[in-house]
Design a protein around this ligand. Sequence first.
Ligand code: F6R
Length: 364
Amino acid sequence: EKGNYRHFMQKEIFEQPTVVAQTLRSYIRQVDNVVALPQIDFDLSQIRRVTIVACGTSYYAGMVAKYWFETFARVPVDIDFASEFRYREPVLEDGGLALFISQSGETADTLAALRYCKQAGQTIAVVVNVPTSSMAREADLLLPTHAGPEIGVASTKAFTCQLAVLAALAAHLAARKGRLDRAEEQDIVRHLLEAPAALNAALDHNDDIAAMAHLIAPARDVLYLGRGPDYPLALEGALKLKEISYIHAEGYASGEMKHGPIALIDEAVPVIVLAPSGPLFEKTVSNMQEVRARGGKIVLISDEEGLAEAGEGCLATIQMPKVHPLIAPLVYAVPVQLLAYHVAIAKGTDVDQPRNLAKSVTVE
Ligand code: F6R
């Protein structure tokens, strides 16, 4: 079933343009390019607060979504790991939407958190990849991702499909709340529809990334930095690398580095910077200078404009297409997945079945 691919993870990374397009298609009404959700019997415009609960990579998709819900819909968003949420006696008010994100739909902590929220009278929305799963069955609003079966233990295509659904949901919520007029909603949809081609363009850099994997493979620690909606991508990049190559990695918000982790920086710690050009770029450039001043080696992942400005003196650079900021988190997922993949290949670890990990965590 792997076809021409060596690993399921690799196959699933390369499937992303197709499955993201497939997922988007099911949320966008073709006649007028607005978001259409499955039929529901409650009024989304009444939602006053969103509580997002998930684990692992699905949690990072939720972190990106928080940014979108707040920016577009101006709805306050609370987000927590399922294993923390359940035990902290969260305050859940009437009119709340509880949003669960899961590839498998069976993660024990997430499922228990869903049941907790249901008891507390929240409306339950679920972004899930397995349509027959427990979470899918228990949802008031079922929002499927159409990634197809994900076999590799490290989640890849499920993540970008989750992002596609969450962006559509954010646009829809914003429209329902009167925060976006029709033309603005159509504009967002148009940018979302650019994602599959941009994912393809990102995948074109596979060979460059494979060629630089040997620069990262010997490291004991790797730092990933990002800002705004790209900060969760830094966390995701670090998680992917740890999971399949067993290199210790941490993701940090770029601006937080000087509050501690900068103490770790030396020639032996590669720093992967995720930074599309745009209003936040200058800030990141100064964070890169802080790294350089301490002998740190930078791998800059940016677009042509960003690399022209700050690519010089980096250990390596990875060029992404120039994309609308909305879809940058989907596009920048690709190089962090590929980097983890090729570093694992260079180290000879088991990519599809990493030690100590299970595909679906059904124990608490
Ligand atoms: C990371 C990974 C895990 C899962 C987590 C949640 O590559 O696969 O962190 O994301 O176990 O699983 P789901 O999404 O099935 O609830």
